[in-house]
Design a protein around this ligand. Structure first.
Ligand code: GH3
Ligand code: MG
Ligand code: MG
Length: 375
């Protein structure tokens, strides 16, 4: 019926973003900024060298795509789109570096960073596939230029050293990410277990162990929630206290265990009678219970509560010290239809006073239905 405590605690806190996504988000931001910076440098170089070259247009398209991805990521958190744009950009950028820089001034060395970005952004499996495609192109290019680059100084040994360095970086990144992913999985599993413990504790902290009804501790919170609900619907709103009649005598006659069983049976009737979203049943302590309910008329409320009294009498639990020969209950109810003031204590007092009246008018009765109170 009522919201769970954690829901209330978490309201107002931003939705939790998975840790892996936060990591990708930060990484993509950095990547988009760095690659934009590099593209700008290239654009300027190309602009001053050949203002009308196709390369200049490619640079500009890449830059615009980067800027778009950066802002889209910032405002719409679209990780997938940004990942795709950043990967294509870094792919083309590094290939351009190799294509134009060749083996001059260690230019090729920059390609060792490709798997770092690809694997960190796309995860192990996809990252390896993307890196393989990239290296297939770059390695082929480097292989077919053996004996050509650096006036023939780029030989098979330099090629193999280049390939070895790149593959080493690829595997180091892969295993780093693998270990990170499994550590992360383990962490998520533990968090899951923790969450289940918290949930169980939370339920236990608001549940009465004997009857499995909500306990007194939860009543204040529930009252507030239900009050607001009733106010929003402008319903009639009621709080009642229910007390078992001559229950001390019942215990004395049939024993404490029989008493506990009787309490459970009463709680079961309450549970099945108050199953709607707008209802709530509680054990206040001892042989006293309470209920919150709302309806579009006072009569409907009183009919349902009177029904509870009748059902408990109809259980026919033998109680020879009670004038009715079976176990009965007395109920005091407070009903309001004016929501200007929320005062639980006052509503409790009104219901308690009605219960007192019920006890003094012979028990096994519901009192308080004759009036609508204001708080
Ligand atoms: P009244 O009709 O005026 O309410 O009389 P009563 O005897 O029910 O009221 P009283 O407050 O004198 O006694 C309440 C009794 O409820 C006392 C105790 O024996 C019994 N009781 C309270 N809590 C429990 C419980 O958890 N289990 C059992 N078996 N009995 C309980
Ligand atoms: Mg009592
Ligand atoms: Mg009693």
């Amino acid at each position: 019926m009522i919201e769970k405590i954690s829901t209330i605690f978490y309201s107002g806190v931003n939705e939790k973003i998975p840790y892996n996504d936060v990591r990708k988000y930060v990484l993509l931001n950095i990547l988009l900024i760095i690659s934009s910076f590099i593209i700008i440098v290239f654009t300027l170089i190309n602009f001053f060298n050949k203002p009308s070259s196709i390369l200049l247009n490619v640079d500009l398209i890449g830059l615009l795509a980067n800027i778009y991805a950066f802002f889209d990521l910032r405002f719409n958190h679209t990780l997938k789109k940004a990942s795709l744009i950043a990967t294509i950009n870094i792919f083309l950028l590094l290939f351009a570096v190799v294509y134009f820089g060749k083996a001059e001034n260690f230019t090729l060395i920059w390609t060792i960073f490709f798997p770092v970005f690809a694997i960190f952004i796309h995860g192990c499996r996809k990252g390896i596939v993307i890196s393989s495609i990239f290296y297939l192109i770059v390695f082929s290019f480097a292989f077919f230029n053996i004996g050509v680059w650096l006036d023939g100084q780029w030989n098979i040994a330099s090629f193999l050293r280049y390939v070895a360095a790149n593959l080493a970086m690829l595997f180091i990144t892969y295993f780093f990410e693998r270990s990170f992913e499994s550590a992360h999985k383990e962490l998520a599993k533990n968090r899951d277990i923790e969450q289940r413990y918290i949930s169980a504790l939370e339920t236990a902290s608001i549940t009465d162990p004997l009857t499995q009804l909500y306990n007194r501790r939860y009543l204040d919170l529930a009252f507030h929630e239900q009050f607001l609900k009733a106010k929003a619907h402008q319903s009639y709103f009621a709080f009642f206290i229910l007390d078992l009649d001559n229950f001390k005598a019942f215990n004395d006659t049939y024993g404490h265990i029989a008493g506990d069983n009787a309490l459970k049976k009463v709680a079961d009737v309450l549970k099945e009678s108050m199953r709607r979203d707008a209802d709530g049943a509680f054990r206040l302590g001892g042989e006293e219970f309470a209920g919150i309910l709302m309806a579009d008329s006072k009569e409907k409320i009183c009919r349902s509560v009177e029904q509870i009294r009748k059902k408990i009498e109809a259980l026919g639990i033998k109680h020879e010290k009670n004038p009715y020969s079976v176990l009965t209950i007395s109920i005091g109810i407070a009903i309001i239809h004016d929501f200007k003031v929320e005062d639980f204590d006052k509503m409790y007092k009104i219901a308690d006073k009605a219960l007192y009246d019920a006890k003094h008018s012979g028990r096994n009765t519901l009192k308080g239905c004759d009036k609508i109170s204001t708080l």
